[in-house]
Design a protein around this ligand. Structure first.
Ligand code: HEM
Ligand code: HEM
Length: 189
């Protein structure tokens, strides 16, 4: 099995949790003094707060898997940018992709590992800034200027996460279409 059980469980929780957060962000409305909400808008905001804090915990546990050396192929597989040799392999994967060569991820996964690392960082930035908002925005929506800047920062990373999810899930579909069944090992219990 390519990924260990802890990674498979944590990935499932992250995939469901972050996808849910993105969907909730489409319907929710942040409280503001004097603002009237539909039940869906207030439920969306409360659910976004709670699911977001749960995802923060799951991402933290996954960071422990990374830094304790238990990740598949090691932390350098997901963050290759600090090694010349690893960056070289990522660039060679990109060259092959530009020639429309998409090999089975069992043989060619350096570029995908690097992208997954970046997506993971984007999710962590959203969850960490969301935690600041969790404690910084009052029930009636009042917030300081500093917390308002954190909210702007948080909103900036939303479209980045959508983009990552589109590319990551899209690449999964392409591999399935090409018959690379090994890609599905992350979903096996
Ligand atoms: C937006 C939230 C997501 C993030 C941050 C994320 C991140 C990751 C990471 C870091 C890995 C490497 C395994 C690990 O260490 O966990 C991975 C693998 C994988 N993810 Fe996701 N993922 C997300 C959502 C999804 C979704 C919704 C799908 C469903 C299409 C998916 C499909 C896969 C597949 C198939 C692999 C295995 C890739 C391979 O074996 O080369 N992920 N993902
Ligand atoms: C993994 C965790 C989280 C993810 C992936 C996430 C994702 C998002 C996304 C995609 C948006 C929409 C950005 C846009 O305008 O395009 C958003 C907005 C927002 N999020 Fe989060 N979020 C997370 C956690 C949290 C938490 C814990 C809070 C706590 C209060 C929070 C509060 C907010 C607020 C206040 C907005 C602005 C909504 C508005 O006024 O339109 N988020 N979030």
């Amino acid at each position: 099995m390519k990924y260990g059980r802890p990674t498979r469980i944590l990935h499932a929780l992250i995939a469901i949790g972050i996808s849910l957060e993105l969907l909730l962000s489409l319907v929710m409305k942040t409280p503001r003094p004097g603002r009237v909400f539909t039940p869906l808008q207030s439920f969306g905001y409360e659910a976004h707060k709670m699911v977001g804090m749960a995802v923060l915990v799951v991402l933290f546990l996954h960071w422990i898997v990374f830094v304790t050396g238990h990740a598949y192929k090691g932390i350098g597989h997901f963050f290759p940018w600090f090694s010349k040799a690893r960056t070289h392999v990522v660039l060679s994967d990109i060259r092959e992709l530009l020639e429309l060569k998409v090999a089975d991820p069992e043989q060619m996964d350096s570029f995908s590992g690097a992208i997954e690392g970046l997506g993971f960082v984007a999710g962590s930035i959203l969850a960490a800034s969301g935690a600041v908002l969790f404690f910084g925005i009052a029930e009636n929506g009042v917030m300081s200027a500093a917390i308002h800047s954190v909210k702007d920062f948080h909103e900036f990373w939303g479209p980045v996460m959508w983009g990552y999810l589109g590319i990551h899930a899209g690449a999964t579909m392409v591999h399935i279409g090409l018959g690379h069944r090994s890609i599905l090992s992350i979903f096996r219990w």
